[in-house]
Structures are given as structure tokens and as C-alpha cells.
Design a protein around this ligand. Structure first.
Ligand code: GTP
Length: 596
């Protein structure tokens, strides 16, 4: 059976290429909103943090109606650290809209996500967006996309894809640049014509593969998936089975079933082949589970969820100042919140540690964890976190393996040299260098994940905020040897509650500042570069704000509490004098042999 009244699509795009704006516009134009109802700007991004960062983190579902067809739109996260999620949501759709900025062109992220869509044999509609921009260069961008499709081994059918030009902002799409801009009709029509209707056997036993999990305080876990075969009904008894764990089966009853309508979930009594449904009331529902009829138990194969590569410790703030900055400070608060996060985030792991006051939290890259940290701080949780550490494996030959990432860098030409130098020091191997549009140079590196820890901040400074850095996990490889720290750094001391902490940091560690009160500083930043590499500036800042800062960025933290230079006597109290080579009182510069 083909569900001609349904289309299931995903929009894939590089960050900021206009996905959210486009979906808002499709919603508006499909008449979901009553005429006098104001559409909140960027309706798709409900989460505060997403709004601020402009990155769509969770994937959400929307449905719009065009003519008599329901178009389910699956929003995909734009960032590479969330690549696992992209794969999962693509399993629910029959085609994708590839949205590309008419000035920036195809970007690394576009490539990652597109590759996944092509591997799943999905047809692609290319939509060159932002053609209203004065510097738009749509023709070149079309060529770039075609080249990219060829590079990624697109099939002939995929290469023969429709191209549209759009201004999501102005609310129109056209098939040809000379067409009169009107509205989104050409895009709606292309979706209906070109993206196949979902298919399945409605007479077979029920099979619904759960592709994402949502969580709501009132109803608990909500599984979202597509009805692949059969029909699913309220009060139906199903068997829950997982492809990767076929022996454990569980009998469950469907108590609540929803479909999507606009931005809402609406109750339905039943849904059949091709429908995207949400199901609540099953406490044990997990991503990758298939809900089947008891007479036909067959799990749908599902790509295993990627393992975490990075871990951090979340530590209870036990300083006398605890509670001044946040509402939730105890170990129990922290534990409950972290374990709750596991309901919706399958790439996350949380473990208790020997220290009752600390939890080991592992995830897919630094950004993944920093998003969680920021969310928690916004909600009023107060805690310290350790520096990120990578998770090593060992192979059968006993070799130590480490996670490797591909880093794609776009920088104005004049900064390319610095970036190559910095990433090479961090064990990055330059694999490609090419000219990109607008005077940018594109660099491709293969680099151990640990080499990227703390690098983002440094990268932004080095490229004066003009660089773009995208990374994606590329697998495990034998350990590439220790990173040689350069003889450059800062000594910083922190006063936390009663006690004082100090640490010495190399240039490699610049970027993120995470400290525990009265404990060792886990990671820090260079405060002021010194003239000679061996020279160290001594800077001191109070940590009341730093330990509790709502910002995980050292630069921002320093704005709150500017570093203070100590008197020599005060400074010496903090310093292990054995390590000192020379002290110059006038400049308060301390020479020290660093990590060599
Ligand atoms: P993420 O959620 O971060 O992945 O971004 P996104 O792809 O959803 O992009 P978003 O819709 O947030 O748009 C990014 C920026 O581009 C916003 O400032 C939009 O106003 C702007 N923008 C989107 N579409 C257009 C367009 O057609 N023309 C112009 N000039 N700007 C646009």
C-alpha cells in the first residue's frame, strides 16, 4: 500500500543555512496558523539554549498540510557531534530537502548529512536558500552541490535531482531564477511530485520502529517512529523487541497514540503504514525498539548508537559558597538530573564514581557535553566539571586505541598558517587544502579527539571569530603519541572559599576553565601571552564566580572576574618554589621550566 496522502521528509542543512526559517514559512503558508495568530519567530527552536546558539539540538517533528497531503517534516540537528541523531531520523523519511546557503555554498556539515542520506538511497531535493542576499551566487552554488553529489557517489537518479531557489526569509521558492517570486508553492509541489509516498503492507503484522525518544514530565517517555507495516491502535497489545538484543522481548499495551499536526501532537485511535506516530505510556521504550503484533514478532534492523568518545566528571560544589548561584547543589540533585537526561539522550552515559560527590558523564564530543552543562546551569544546577578526557579502547593485539575526528576548517586565507601550525602541534594531520569561496581556505585534518579538547576557543581567537570548525568522529585508531606541550603558559591562582588553587597551563590548554573549589584546577587558559616563551604571566582571579559561573567559557568568566596580579609575597605563597627558575619582582613575571 502506498500512502499517497502522506510524505515524510527531512531537511538537512549546514548550521544557519535557514532550516528553521524555512520550516516556519512552510507552517505559515500551509495554513496551520489562524490568520490573526502571530507566529513566534523561529517556532521550531523552543529550547532557550538552541535559540541563543542558533543550533537545533533536538530533532522535532512538524506536520504541514498541502492540498490533501500531510507532509511530516523531521527536523535534523545541524551539528556534527549530533550525527548519530541524523542517521536515526533519516530512517523515518522517504526523501530529503538539502538546504544550501546561496552565498556560503555546500559546507562540511552539508556533506556529512548528505552522505548519510545518499547511503540510505533517499532522493534529494536541492533548495538553494537566501537568494535574496546581495552577495548570493546561486549558479556557482548549484555547480558546487552537483560536484559534491558526484564526490559522494550519488546514484544517477540522485544526480538528476530537482533544484529550487528560495528565500525562506521572504517566503518564496522558484524553480528558475527568472521566475516571478510568489510563495512556497513550487517547493510544496516538488515535494509531492518527487518524494515518494511511504509504502508498506497494511495487512501484515504491526511493525513500528522507534527512532527518537522525547520526554515530558507529565506523560514520561514518548517514542516517535514510523509505522512500517500493519496498523497500530490504542489498547493494542504489542511485543517490544530490539534488533541488537532479540532475546529480550516485552509485552506492552498501547495506551496513548498521537500524530503530528503543525507543531502539536494530537491524539489518534489508530495509525497505519507510513504514518509517523508518537507513543507514550511505555516506561521501557528505547530507541531502536520495534513494536510488533504478538503473531508476527520481527525487529527492524537499526544502526547501533555511536559510543561516547569523551568523558567529564560532574562534581558537587561543596564550597561554603555553594547555593549562592544555583538552586540545586546536592549530589542527589545532580544524580537525578543526570539520570533523567538519559531518558532522551541515547549517546550519553552516566556513571557513579568512587567519590560519591562526582559522576562520570560520557558523550559524543565536547560540544555534546557542553550543551548539557549549559542547560543544567540555566535550570539552576550548581556544580563543577573536570576537563574533558577522551575514552580509550584496546584492540585484540593489546594496542591502545584513541578516537579520531575529521576536522574541517574554513578560514580567511591569512589565518590558515596559524591553524595548520596549532593543529599540527595537537597531532592533527593535514589531509587536504583548497580554496573555498569568498577568500576562504578550506583545510581538512585527521586529528585525535584529545587534540581538539579546549581548542575551539583558541581557534576563534586565532581567526578573529571568522573561522568555522566542524568535526566528526571518524573511528578509533592506534594512539598517536603524546602531544608535545610548548614552552608557553600562564600560572593562574584561584581563591575558592577558604582555600586557594593554582595551576599552570600550557598554550595547548587554552580555552576552557573548569575548577573545583579548593581543589586542583583541571584546565585553564592563558591569560596574556608573554614575550618570551619561557616567561609566564602570573594572574590571579577569585573563583567565587568562576566555580559557579554559568558560562563554561573562560573568556566570559574572566569578564565577570578580571584577573588580578598578586604582590610578589602573595604570589610566592601559592607557588611551589622548587619549580621556579627566576622571579622578577618588577614585572611579576615568573620564569619556570614547563612540562618538558
Ligand atoms: P540551525 O538551527 O542553527 O541549524 O540553523 P538553521 O539552519 O535553522 O538556520 P535559521 O533558520 O536559524 O537561519 C539562520 C539565519 O539565516 C537567521 O538569521 C535567518 O534569519 C537567516 N535566514 C534564513 N533564511 C534566509 C533567507 O532566505 N535570506 C536571508 N537573507 N536570510 C535568511
Amino acid at each position: 500500500m502506498r500512502r499517497e496522502d502522506v510524505r515524510n521528509i527531512a531537511i538537512i542543512a549546514h548550521v544557519d543555512h535557514g532550516k528553521t526559517t524555512l520550516v516556519d514559512e512552510l507552517l505559515k503558508q500551509s495554513g496551520v496558523f489562524r490568520a490573526n495568530q502571530e507566529v513566534a519567530e523561529r517556532v521550531m527552536d523552543s529550547n532557550d539554549l538552541e535559540r541563543e546558539r542558533g543550533i537545533t539540538i533536538l530533532s522535532k517533528n512538524t506536520a504541514v498540510f498541502y492540498k490533501d497531503t500531510k507532509i511530516n517534516i523531521i527536523d535534523t540537528p545541524g551539528h556534527a557531534d549530533f550525527g548519530g541523531e541524523v542517521e536515526r531520523v533519516l530512517k523515518m523519511v522517504n526523501g530529503v530537502i538539502l538546504l544550501v546557503d546561496a552565498f556560503e555554498g555546500a559546507m562540511p556539515q552539508t556533506k556529512f548529512v548528505l552522505r548519510k542520506a545518499l547511503e540510505l538511497s533517499l532522493p534529494v531535493v536541492v533548495c538553494v536558500n537566501k537568494i535574496d542576499r546581495p552577495e548570493a551566487r546561486p549558479d556557482e552554488v548549484v555547480d558546487e552541490v552537483l560536484e559534491l553529489l558526484m564526490d559522494l557517489d550519488a546514484s544517477d537518479a540522485q544526480l538528476d535531482c530537482p533544484f529550487l531557489y528560495a528565500s525562506a526569509k521572504a517566503g518564496y521558492a522558484v524553480k528558475d531564477l527568472s521566475d516571478e517570486p510568489k510563495d512556497m508553492t513550487p517547493l510544496f509541489e516538488t515535494i509531492l511530485d518527487y518524494i515518494p509516498a511511504p509504502e508498506g503492507d497494511e495487512t501484515a503484522g504491526t511493525q513500528v520502529l522507534i527512532s527518537t525518544i522525547d520526554y515530558n514530565e507529565y506523560v514520561g517517555r514518548i517514542g516517535v517512529g514510523k509505522v512500517d507495516n500493519g496498523t497500530i491502535k490504542v489498547n493494542q497489545e504489542c511485543i517490544m523487541v530490539n534488533h541488537h538484543n532479540p532475546d529480550t522481548q516485552q509485552k506492552v499495551k498501547i495506551s496513548k497514540l498521537y500524530e503530528f499536526d503543525g507543531l502539536n501532537k494530537v491524539d489518534v485511535q489508530e495509525a497505519t503504514v507510513g504514518s509517523i506516530v508518537a507513543i507514550s505510556g511505555i516506561a521501557d521504550l528505547h530507541i531502536g525498539d520495534t513494536l510488533c503484533s504478538p503473531d508476527h514478532v520481527e525487529a527492524i534492523p537499526f544502526q547501533k548508537i555511536s559510543e561516547p568518545t569523551i568523558a567529564m566528571h560532574f562534581i558537587v560544589n561543596d564550597s561554603p559558597l555553594a547555593g549562592q548561584e544555583g538552586k540545586y547543589v546536592t549530589s542527589r540533585h545532580l544524580r537525578d538530573r543526570l539520570f533523567r537526561e538519559l531518558n532522551t539522550d541515547v549517546s550519553l552515559r552516566v556513571e557513579e564514581t568512587d567519590a560519591t560527590e562526582a559522576f562520570k558523564v560520557s558523550g559524543r564530543g565536547e560540544l555534546h557535553l557542553s550543551v548539557l552543562i549549559e542547560n543544567m546551569r540555566r535550570e539552576g544546577y550548581e556544580f563543577a566539571v573536570s576537563k574533558a578526557e577522551v575514552l580509550y579502547h584496546t584492540d585484540e593485539r593489546g594496542r591502545k586505541l584513541e578516537p579520531i575526528e575529521l576536522a574541517y576548517v574554513d578560514v580567511p586565507e591569512e589565518f590558515a598558517g596559524t591553524v595548520i601550525q596549532k593543529l599540527s602541534l595537537r597531532k592533527g594531520e593535514l589531509q587536504g587544502m583548497s580554496l573555498a569561496s569568498g577568500g576562504y581556505t578550506r583545510l581538512e585534518f585527521s586529528i585525535p579527539s584529545r587534540g581538539l579538547i579546549g581548542y575551539r576557543g583558541e581557534f576563534l581567537t586565532d581567526t578573529k571569530g571568522n573561522g568555522i570548525l566542524n568535526t566528526i568522529f571518524d573511528g578509533y585508531a592506534p594512539y598517536k603519541g603524546d602531544i608535545q606541550y610548548r614552552k608557553q603558559g600562564s600560572l593562574i591562582a584561584f581563591e575558592a572559599g577558604e582555600s586557594v588553587t593554582y595551576g599552570l597551563f600550557s598554550a595547548q590548554e587554552r580555552g576552557t576553565l573548569f575548577i573545583g573549589p579548593g581543589e586542583k584546577v583541571y584546565s585553564g587558559m592563558i591569560i596574556g601571552q608573554s614575550a618570551k616563551p619561557e616567561d609566564i604571566e602570573l594572574n590571579v582571579c577569585k573563583t567565587k564566580h568562576l566555580t559557579n559561573t554559568r558560562s563554561s567559557s573562560a573568556d566570559e568568566a574572566l569578564k565577570l572576574t578580571p584577573p588580578k596580579v598578586l604582590s610578589l609575597e602573595q604570589a610566592l605563597e601559592f607557588i611551589d618554589t622548587d619549580e621556579l627558575l627566576e622571579v622578577t619582582p618588577e614585572s611579576l613575571r615568573i620564569r619556570k621550566k614547563i612540562l618538558d
